[in-house]
Write a protein that binds this ligand. Structure first.
Ligand code: Z5A
Length: 209
């Protein structure tokens, strides 16, 4: 069985940047790596992503939840599980904690019901290591603006929504959960993340041990 690493955090925290860097570093160390983003990564998941993020009309919160979970179910079954079974390191940009942060803390859906639905979608698959990048809402927004990112439905939500999302990330705890101060330089974030990857997953520097 391979190793499953998830990078989580609010918008503009630097998740995609870190996932790209971790994947490249792991490959350079001799590992086989699959990097994925959520929602996305299969034809069904990319189609669900388009509707979940770009649909111009109102959508019921439960419909939105199931779009994210449809995307995740397909990605887990068709990409993540096969890669782990082949002994690869899977690095994911977002996973279940995003759903608990955005749809539950942000959107107000009931936590227990959503947790059940997530288990159905993933078959209970969880990461070996979850790096939660922490940045204040204003810092993340400023980074997105500097990068000229086109806003999606979530980025247009009000500040109160984004603060609830951030608080949910800050409360995250449990086996394998590590919080990283992502206001630091990219290099400092990468160094901190790499230390955690080494410590938590017992990866050798040449191939999975
Ligand atoms: N969503 C949901 O509601 N429920 C779910 O279950 C799931 C997702 C899975 C996905 O959007 C949306 O889906 C997301 C939640 C919702 N909503 N929003 N908004 P996405 O994939 O399009 O966007 P994102 O995940 O929020 O990505 P992002 O805005 O691009 O943020 P990021 O990946 O964390 O940041 P980045 O692209 O790596 O970096 C942003 C900029 O900052 C870039 O110019 C970097 O060069 C720069 N950067 C990165 N790190 C640093 C540091 N350390 N210092 C300075 N500058 C930095």
């Amino acid at each position: 069985m391979g190793v499953f690493i998830v990078v989580e955090g609010p918008e503009g925290a630097g998740k995609s940047t870190l996932v790209r860097w971790l994947a490249a570093r792991l490959v350079a160390e001799g590992h086989q790596v699959t990097a994925v983003r959520q929602p996305g990564g299969t034809p069904v998941a990319e189609a669900a992503r388009k509707v979940a993020l770009k649909f111009p009309h109102e959508m019921s919160p439960v419909a939105e939840l199931f779009l994210f979970l449809a995307a995740r179910a397909d990605l887990v079954q068709r990409v993540i599980r096969p890669a782990l079974e082949a002994g690869q390191v899977v690095v994911a940009d977002r996973f279940d904690l995003s759903t608990m942060a955005y749809q539950v803390a942000g959107g107000g859906l009931p936590a227990e019901d959503v947790a059940h639905a997530i288990r159905l979608a993933t078959g209970g698959l969880g990461p070996d290591l979850m790096l939660v990048l922490d940045v204040p809402v204003e810092v993340g927004r400023a980074r997105q603006q500097a990068a000229r990112k086109v806003q999606d439905r979530f980025e247009r939500q009000d500040d109160a929504f984004h603060r609830r999302v951030l608080e949910a990330y800050r409360r995250a705890a449990g086996p394998g959960v590590v919080h990283v101060d992502a206001t630091q330089s990219k290099k400092a974030v990468q160094d901190a993340a790499w230390r955690e990857v080494m410590a938590a997953t017992a990866l050798s520097t040449r191939g999975v041990s």
